[in-house]
Design a protein around this ligand. Structure first.
Ligand code: NAP
Length: 524
């Protein structure tokens, strides 16, 4: 399918007037055509106006209409699957199979949110009926979640489909009833244009208000800045660097009306290897660890960047297996030249640290590639050097050799907030793990056993979030059905006349919505 390089304002593809840039193929290190045209500040304003104008009509759509829209976007994406995957492979260097899987995950997310909308439970309707005879009398009170308004989404570089234009942030915002403006990531503009085409087809097919979706390219940071600063925007979803997330949060907080920025940023996803488990299966864990570390050139927010284990012969065996595994690990293409440079700079810093030694290295090659690395440091030195907690985005990890389980615990205590913490434990480790659990919960959004954080299931029970700096908003998740909560706020109606009551909060409940009535849950 032919690409135009035009941005999308509502239903119109327009040649942006804010400068231009080209795509980049990281596998060949060649620029790609066509040229993409960034938005001007005026075009940013137009996208915000369209989103604002469409908000009342979009929030008024029935749950069925909105669910149908989400499913139609999924259907339209499937129609363009081969073009989207082919362009995605060129722009990201990710293998075809990975992008096919990611497209399936993207359509799966959209369909999950369609179910969430139809179910109506997300509205969290609560009814406390009037008690006129009580002293003092209780008024009639009815709570329902409402959409916050237009949402800006910054697509992620490392998930060009599932965390990008029609990804989880967009799907959850639409599900809540919020129009979306996407700032396409400059690392995959062609893929973004194709996805936008699929969305436009769904908007038309479902007769949705045109401003429910716009997508902007950016030739400069002014576009992102202006989007977050626009008073019509009410929330922001972001996945990327800590620096980027914090810069956008600062803009959002300095507005006349500050708004939330739901930024998923940096996490090193500690892996805790308990002594009994290491005695039993150090070699097997090492092999699985190398697989998780090098998957996708390590370009996952859940990549295992830190390993904590107690000094012991089994740790030596673990390291030997890791070194063997790495030696057979081919250099893999990274997403962008900038991400590759950042990775190499992080590796250089670890190599230059006199307390850090290298456990093993992967194969190397010319170009925009990641050579996997695993390093080691002693527990006391880790405790004394906070730079060793910096995320090195890519296939790099640091093993911390702890003197004891009690030092391992001390190290967990000083860790920053994380998306995931993995624990490898056997039955004999149980008392110590039980004692660690409250600390692990305090540090991470997801605590998992006998595995690694990579591979995030999209479902009702998933949390992909965590304390700062893994996110700016630890009470939420950017994956799974609870992601919708970011774009809702509760409103309480007191003594609302029945003639004004919307069906979801009426006591007749003709829509069959789950309602909590006078303290008891009624399902449909
Ligand atoms: P990024 O530089 O933070 O950019 C993400 C998005 O935000 C891009 O669209 C970018 O625009 C925009 N942006 C960033 N800073 C901005 C600012 N000050 N004002 C306006 N817009 C801004 O992230 P990235 O390009 O994806 O990767 C860079 C680094 O981020 C990686 O090396 C890695 O360290 C980290 N990263 C972490 C994760 C994770 O999940 N933990 C995922 C991806 C990346 P432009 O496209 O115009 O630059």
């Amino acid at each position: 399918m032919e690409l135009t390089g035009k941005l999308l304002l509502g239903d119109s593809f327009v040649k942006g007037s804010g400068g231009s840039f080209k795509g980049f193929n990281p596998t060949t290190s060649m620029e790609m055509f066509p040229e993409f045209y960034g938005a001007s500040v005026e075009e940013v304003s137009t996208a915000c106006r369209l989103a604002d104008e469409s908000f009342q009509a979009f929030r008024a759509t029935s749950l069925e209409e909105r669910a149908n829209f989400l499913e139609t976007v999924a259907d339209e994406l499937e129609k363009l699957k081969s073009s989207i995957v082919a362009r995605g492979v060129q722009e990201t260097g990710l293998p075809e199979g990975r992008l096919q899987g990611e497209l399936g995950r993207t359509t799966g997310q959209l369909r999950l949110f369609a179910k969430v909308v139809r179910d109506g439970g997300y509205l969290d309707v609560r009814i406390d009926e009037a008690m006129p005879d009580r002293t003092p009398p209780r008024p009639d009170l009815r709570l329902v979640n409402i959409p916050v308004g237009p949402v800006v989404v910054f697509g992620a570089s490392n998930f060009p489909l599932a965390f990008s234009v029609a990804g989880g942030d967009t799907a959850s915002a639409w599900a809540a009833g919020c129009p979306v403006i996407v700032k396409a990531h400059s690392a995959h503009p062609g893929t973004s244009e194709l996805v936008a085409k699929a969305i436009v087809a769904a908007v038309k097919h479902c007769n949705m208000p045109t401003g429910v979706f716009s997508m902007l390219f950016a030739a400069s940071r002014d576009v992102g800045t202006a989007l977050v600063a626009d008073p019509r925007v009410k929330a922001v979803g972001f996945t990327g660097s800590r620096q980027g997330g914090l810069a956008l949060q600062a803009i959002a907080q300095s507005r006349a009306e500050p708004i939330p920025v739901y930024a998923e940023m940096s996490s090193i996803n500690p892996v805790i290897l308990m002594p009994e488990a290491m005695q039993q299966k150090a070699a097997g864990i090492a092999q699985a660890f190398v697989g998780a570390l090098t998957l996708g050139a390590g370009q996952f927010c859940t990549n295992p960047g830190l390993v904590l284990a107690v000094e012991d012969p089994s740790l030596e065996l673990f390291k030997e297996e890791v070194a063997k595994g790495l030696a057979n690990s081919a250099a893999a293409t990274m997403l962008t030249a900038g991400i590759c440079e950042a990775y190499q700079s992080g590796v250089r810093a670890l190599k230059a640290n006199q307390n850090v030694s290298c456990v093993g290295e992967g194969m190397n090659a010319e170009g925009v590639v990641c050579q996997a690395h695993v390093f080691e440091v002693g527990g006391a030195n880790f405790l004394a050097d906070e730079t060793l907690q910096d995320e090195v985005f890519g296939a790099a990890s640091l093993i911390v050799k702890c003197e004891s389980v009690s030092q391992l615990r001390e190290i967990i205590t000083i860790l920053e907030g994380q998306l995931t913490i993995s624990v490898h434990a056997d039955a004999g480790d149980e008392p110590e793990v039980r004692a660690l659990l409250p600390l692990l919960m305090d540090k991470a959004g997801r605590v998992l056993f006998d595995g690694f954080g990579t591979g995030v299931e999209v479902c009702d029970a998933m949390v992909h979030g965590g304390p700062y700096p893994s996110t700016t908003a630890p009470a939420t998740s950017s994956v799974g059905s609870i992601a919708i909560k970011r774009f809702l706020r509760p409103v309480c109606f007191q003594n609302l006349p029945p003639s004004l009551m919307m069906p979801e909060i009426s006591s007749e409940n003709s829509a069959g919505i789950p309602q909590r009535v006078n303290g008891g849950l009624k399902i449909g």
